[in-house]
Ligand binder design. Sequence first.
Ligand code: K1U
Ligand code: ZN
Length: 167
Amino acid sequence: MALLNILRYPDARLHKVAAPVTVFDENLKKLVADMAETLYAVPGIGLAATQVDVHKQVIVVDVSERRDTLIVLVNPEIVEATGVSDIEEGCLSVPTIYELVERAERVKVRAYDQNGNAFTLEAQGLLSVCIQHEMDHLKGKVFIEYLSQLKQQRIRAKLAKQLRKTA
Ligand code: K1U
Ligand code: ZN
């Protein structure tokens, strides 16, 4: 297994649109294993393949307290969305920024696991918000792009300042 490098906003590669997975092979299993290892090491509660510069529709999520309930979503599709959530979001690609984004409170998601088995998942609360956030990454959208231009400008300035400090 290997730890993967996570792209940082405003890297243009975060805006690439991920392609559906068509082959469920050993390469896909290795990608999922590496993404899971990276998720637990960082740590985060979700990671999309886009964030590690792999432009395939693959997501790993674990919102459990014991960090022992990994969910793998390949080619995820939201088939039902209800309610409005008010959970603040963070992003491993936009460190130190936490913002509220309007999301559905509950989603029903159809997806495949890394072995090609289809399943349906009903999610609510943090799991629901996390899945929606990760699915946006697969579409090339970063959560701060829901915010006003002024807020986005301030965030970009803050991130640039952080980068100068660590350089
Ligand atoms: O996509 C990402 O960058 C991961 C992101 C997911 C997310 C968090 C909160 C709401 C929606 C989506 C993160 O995991 S940020 C880190 C984080 O929230 C966390 C890290 C360790 C323990 C608990 C939470
Ligand atoms: Zn993110």
